[in-house]
Design a protein around this ligand. Structure first.
Ligand code: ATP
Ligand code: MG
Length: 224
């Protein structure tokens, strides 16, 4: 599913953040990625999703090398194949909950096709219902609580069951019940679609739920 070799990355002319000789994830695997604050977890996720571009090395996702693509190609690839729950949500503030959730499907036809003929509003309503925000579909996201916004971000990542789901601290703003509900839905959705999951969290109590736990400092030579 995913294969990194010789990855190097720095922000602009800054100090190196990532030097990862190799890292691979199998299709359908659920990986828990952890490490101290500032160790480069979000940066690595950004590279895997094609938001950031590697300075050197190969970043193969679904047999395409993201490190060799242009920005526009990476954006398209992400829209079609990746669901990303950002640490800071990245919702579009002037759009409604419904519009935020359906965004990936409106960006690429490939993601739309993954709805299997179901309409976008129906698909959005279903996933929103499962996350307990079904009654908020026509609200502006600017009016939501932080925990509600996090669930909109989760719904947006799961719509159209992308092959790769990347979640950066996706439960940090959820209460206990919503956290359980969200993780259950995330796992169910990934299992049903055969999706691969890469999940970053500081909450180590979640570790036993995953197929594999990876310490970023162990795969990253920066900081050694
Ligand atoms: N946009 C940016 N521009 C410049 N440097 C950045 C930027 N984002 C992150 N960094 C630097 O890159 C390093 C890794 O940051 P990153 O956000 O990947 O850490 P993290 O492991 O996700 O931390 P946290 O657990 O706090 O979310 C840090 O030293 C940080 O200062
Ligand atoms: Mg982070």
């Amino acid at each position: 599913m995913l294969q990194i070799s010789g990855l190097r990355f720095a922000y602009g002319a800054g100090a190196p953040v990532l030097d990862v000789p190799s890292f691979a994830v199998e299709r359908g695997e659920r990986v828990f990625l952890f490490g101290p604050s500032g160790s480069g977890k979000t940066t690595l996720l950004g590279i895997l999703a094609g938001i950031l571009k590697a300075d050197a090395g190969e970043v193969r996702v679904l047999d395409r090398d993201l490190a060799a693509m242009s920005g526009a190609e990476r954006d398209r690839f992400r829209g079609a194949h990746v669901g990303y729950i950002f640490q800071l949500f990245n919702l579009i503030p002037y759009l409604s909950v419904m519009e935020n959730i359906t965004l990936p499907c409106r960006l690429t036809a490939e993601r739309r096709a993954r709805l299997n003929g179901v309409g976008m509003p129906y698909a959005a309503a279903k996933v929103a219902q499962q996350l307990g925000i079904g009654n908020l579909l026509h609200e502006s996201v600017a009016n939501l609580s932080v925990g509600q916004q996090q669930r909109v971000a989760a719904a947006r990542s799961l719509i159209g069951t992308p092959e790769l789901v990347i979640a950066d601290e996706p439960t940090s703003s959820l209460d206990y019940d919503h956290r359980e509900q969200f993780i259950e839905l995330l796992f169910e959705s990934c299992k049903a679609a055969g999706s691969t999951l890469i999940f970053v969290s500081h909450d180590r109590s979640l570790m036993p739920l995953f197929d594999r736990c990876v310490s970023l400092p162990e795969i990253n030579r920066v900081g050694r």
